[in-house]
Design a protein around this ligand. Structure first.
Ligand code: D41
Length: 670
């Protein structure tokens, strides 16, 4: 029979196991069990605790999910004050710090410093009594902070009980709580999806999450800790250096920065600054500098502190990634695919290590959400290689002269209509074939294999032709001369001649290919084919309205709208006319026989065909009104299996779909 004592023992065993696996997973990044095994143990413990609430302890991992919401945080006086850090901003200032240290210690010896990243988060003090987490307080003013114990308990990298040996009666562990960049991005995506305000930066997100009155919310936020110091310690000699203290904390299961290093003197410190500065953008969390601490505690004690800042530590700050400046104007940039992006023209400001005079505002909704107006003072952020962005307006600095930005209704590059499809963030220029901003992409698409398939006209050559001013749109291609082409870099006379020949040959095309080549948004090969066989002539299509377009297979309201707006642009119609004038033509389309036996059937081709090429077979089937699909599903009517057919054939057989061979296919086609 199982006794109460056995349950108690099992609960304790489970707590230890889960805490250990949690530590291995979050702190050492070295999981030892599968997620499902972890979940199984967790559920078992939760059930035990539900059944016997008296088994529930403070260090139970089940308590990481948060508890009852608070009305407010109570205040906590730190047993030892949390000191602040003085800053230096360059090598000279660091040298002066090092000099002060040596003067104070009355030595000319090279100093040993412990160096570590300065995380951009919130300082916290966590109190353990007999190894058990009993209290966690924010730094506050350094003397009095707020009791955020329940929230800190939810952070997976914070041990609820210290593990290992020689655990003192009391120890206050100090560290920085922060939100890694990846978690921050995910959280903000979720905030936006839920129509909630996103956080301005990871630091604000960490602060907002830690200062949640509802710890259940904190539990869902991706917070983490790096420990960087010790406050009160009772019942144990304090370690004799910062490095040794950090090693000890690590042995007790606390997470310390993997970048912690000992450096020697000024040169060692400056090298470390360069090392970490280079690494800054690739670290998974935001840092705003490096902290240097005189390593030996005995020396720290001799140095003491002034006005709450230790004489033995200094923060070397990196260039700020956020600065304030003024929006002088908002302009529109048109991207290669016609997307319109509003860009703030800024009073130049030094941020993230460079001078920034433009920042993206992403799209119209972002401008409205942040309420950015021309003339506003804003905070600009440039982190790493990311495009600088306006993170927020400083409302107190708004003047009466500021005014709202209005999205233009025509493209600033080509004058075509601008439109924004419901549900899309970006407004777009509709002058696809004509717009200077979209020129290169439109021409590359036009020349590509599934479009006009112009041999020898690759992306690089298109770029050169546009840059040389030889072509402005696709119609100009057909007026290129051998002389113009051979004047291009790395283009011989022979290649130039070949290209002109290829251009001439490409004039004979097919209606569907022609439609696809125009690059109308969302009109791919299949849609182009449906349009061609439905309308038969270009005039028929140009005159179609949205209602009649929607009736066609493959064409929904959005595509129909794109088609109509495309042909409404006089610029686009002009280019098409010039293409026709240049001699582009195609054989008349044949109406698909609606009564053909294959009409409306979905067919999958697989294996090697001997008498027909795949594309020939496909085209003939399409002409008979069949649909040709790439994979077998319940909707497939027939599978044509050639030689060495593989998995598609197996799947067709398992689904009971009719399979025919190439000979039967040819009979059908005839
Ligand atoms: O990463 C940090 N933000 C950090 C902050 C750090 N790595 N070390 C720190 N060391 C100290 C002393 C030297 C006073 C123990 C600190 C801070 N203080 C600190 N954080 C906020 C105020 C002071």
């Amino acid at each position: 029979m199982t006794t109460k004592t056995e349950f108690k023992q099992r609960a304790s065993e489970l707590r230890d196991l889960i805490n250990k696996y949690n530590y291995l997973y979050y702190v050492t990044d070295n999981p030892e069990v599968t997620d499902s095994e972890y979940d199984r143990l967790f559920t078992e413990l939760k059930q035990l605790e539900q059944q016997y609430p008296e088994l529930l302890t403070n260090d139970s991992p089940t308590q990481r999910v948060g508890g009852q919401a608070l009305d407010k945080f109570s205040q906590i006086t730190h047993a030892l004050p949390m000191l602040s850090l003085d800053n230096v901003f360059d090598a000279d200032e660091f040298e002066a710090f090092d000099q002060r240290v040596r003067d104070w210690l009355n030595t000319s010896e090279t100093q040993i410093y412990a160096a570590e990243p300065k995380l951009d988060g919130l300082a916290i003090s966590i109190r353990y009594e007999h190894g058990l987490l009993v209290q966690a307080a924010t730094r506050g003013d350094g003397t009095v902070g707020e009791d955020v114990t329940v929230n800190v308990r939810t952070i997976p990298t914070v041990p609820l009980r210290l593990q290992g040996y020689n655990i003192p009666e009391v120890i206050e562990i100090r560290g920085e709580i922060f939100m890694p960049k990846e978690g921050f991005e995910k959280l903000n995506q979720a905030q936006i999806s839920a129509d909630k305000k996103p956080f301005v930066n990871p630091r604000n997100a960490a602060a907002g999450s830690l200062r949640q009155l509802d710890s259940k919310i904190t539990a869902t936020r991706p917070l983490a800790i790096y420990c960087y110091g010790i406050g009160e310690i009772v019942g144990m000699e304090a370690p004799e250096s910062h490095s040794a203290a950090m090693k000890q904390l690590e042995q007790w299961g606390c997470r310390i920065s993997p970048e912690l290093k000992q450096v020697e003197g000024i040169q060692g410190a400056l090298d470390y600054i360069t090392y970490l500065g280079d690494k800054r953008d690739s670290l998974p969390y935001d840092i705003d500098g490096v902290v240097f601490k005189v390593d030996k505690v005995a020396l720290q004690q001799r140095l003491g502190f002034v006005a709450r800042a230790p004489r033995w530590a200094i923060a070397h700050k990196f260039p700020a990634q956020e600065e304030m400046t003024v929006v002088e104007d908002i302009e529109i940039q048109v991207g290669r695919t016609g997307a319109l992006t509003p860009v703030a023209r800024l009073k130049p400001v030094f941020v993230g290590g460079v001078t920034v005079s433009n920042a993206t505002l992403h799209n119209e909704d972002e401008i409205r959400r942040k309420d950015v107006r021309v003339g506003d003072t804003v905070i600009v952020r440039r982190a790493g290689d990311v495009i600088p962005e306006v993170v927020q307006v400083v409302p107190s600095k708004r003047t009466a002269e500021s005014y709202e930005f209005v999205m233009p209704s025509t493209c600033p590059i080509c004058g075509s209509d601008v439109e924004r499809i419901e549900g899309e963030a970006k407004a777009r220029c509709t002058g696809g074939l004509y717009c200077g901003a979209q020129r290169k992409e439109a021409i590359k698409h036009f020349a590509s294999r599934k479009a006009f398939d112009i041999d020898g006209l690759g992306d690089k050559i298109v770029e050169q032709l546009v840059d040389a001013g030889f072509i402005k749109d696709v119609a100009d291609l057909f007026h290129l001369t051998v002389e113009q082409l051979s004047s291009l870099e790395r283009m011989g006379d022979k290649s130039a001649e070949n290209l002109v020949t290829a251009l001439t040959a490409s004039k004979q095309t097919k209606f569907a290919r022609f439609l696809y080549s125009l690059g109308i948004r969302e009109v791919g090969e299949a849609t182009a084919r449906s349009l061609a066989s439905h309308f038969l002539t270009l005039d028929g299509l140009i005159q179609a309205n949205e209602e009649s377009l929607i009736e066609i297979e493959d064409v929904g309201p959005v595509v129909a709208h794109h088609i109509v707006t495309f042909f409404e642009q006089s610029h686009n119609r002009e280019v098409i006319q010039r293409l026709l004038d240049a001699g582009i033509s195609w054989p008349e389309e044949q109406k698909i026989a609606a009564d053909s036996a294959l009409s409306g059937k979905t067919i999958v081709l697989t294996g090697t065909l001997d008498k027909l090429s795949r594309s020939e077979a496909k085209e003939k089937l399409l002409a008979l009104g069949a649909k040709v699909a790439g994979s077998v599903s319940k909707k497939t009517d027939f599978v044509v299996a050639g030689r060495d057919a593989g998995s598609k054939l197996t799947k067709a057989e398992s689904l009971g779909i009719s399979v025919v061979d190439e000979t039967t296919l040819i009979e059908w086609l005839n």
